[in-house]
Design a protein around this ligand. Structure first.
Ligand SMILES: C[S@@+](CC[C@H](N)C(=O)[O-])C[C@H]1O[C@@H](n2cnc3c(N)ncnc32)[C@H](O)[C@@H]1O
Length: 233
């Protein structure tokens, strides 16, 4: 299971170091949401996207889920009572509410644009778990609800200096339908946190087959190439 517990302490420093451009991400999302207010964030992490969404529009009724308790602690510190947060795994998602849209920014599902094609990258390595998760999401959406997944550049090996003398490096290895990503944080040459994620990759027709089985239909990719938009069938 890809929990982020080991590196939660350093995650925020990495994510706010320019890894993701949260303000731009939030603006793109707002354009896609077109006035929809009841929103579910999948893999809310430490609440960085939610914070920006609420900054631009405090009227959003945001709910975030994540299965890593330590990430939710940070999200709670960041968002206070402005969002509802639940420790849940998307494959068994069970909330009393229904939403106008669900989105994820590298949370559970996201796309990578290789320049030649879009590859779906999933935190869920088993295909059947992906179907289960997608169906749970669909069940939590109102009729014609949107399902919005982020688009990123290709995962690459790199190093970056973070505040407090922390050096971050990531190492990627790809084999067939899987990709492994090592996140390594070092201070004065010593590893202070390390985390390995394994992702499942879906390509071409396999993406549409998965989405269809999960209960979704492709709509469009936004003009900024930041999100792919699906709709509940
Ligand atoms: C790369 S982080 C992205 C966090 C956040 N969306 C952001 O932009 O900073 C992925 C998050 O998805 C969560 N996650 C992964 N698989 C999950 C699952 N099956 N159910 C719930 N959360 C999951 C992880 O715990 C992690 O917090």
């Amino acid at each position: 299971m890809n929990e982020y517990t080991d590196m939660t302490e350093y995650y925020d420093a990495l994510m706010t170091s320019g890894y993701y451009e949260y303000d731009t991400i939030a603006k793109s999302l707002i354009a896609i949401l077109q006035g929809r207010k009841k929103i579910l964030e999948l893999g809310v992490g430490t609440g960085l996207v939610a914070e920006k969404l609420l900054h631009h529009n405090p009227d959003f009724q945001l709910t975030g889920i994540d299965f890593t308790a330590a990430m939710l602690v940070k999200a709670k510190e960041r968002l206070g009572h402005k969002a509802r947060l639940y420790e849940q795994d998307v494959t068994t998602l069970a909330l009393a509410d229904r939403f106008d849209a669900a989105f994820g920014n590298g949370g559970v599902w996201g796309f990578v644009n290789t320049g030649e094609a879009y590859v779906l990258v999933s935190h869920l390595t088993d295909r059947q778990d992906n179907i289960k998760g997608l169906r749970r999401v669909a069940d939590h959406l109102n009729e014609k609800g949107l399902f919005i997944m982020s688009v990123q550049g290709v995962h690459q090996n790199f190093e970056r200096q973070l505040p407090n003398n922390i050096l971050y490096s990531q190492e990627i290895s790809e084999a067939g339908d899987y990709i492994e990503k090592d996140y390594i944080f070092k201070k004065e040459g010593k590893v202070v946190a390390k985390h390995r994620n394994r992702f499942r990759l879906f390509r071409g027709q396999a993406i549409q087959d998965l989405m269809k089985e999960g209960g979704f239909e492709f709509q469009y990719i936004d003009a900024d190439d930041r999100f792919q938009v699906y709709q509940k069938k």
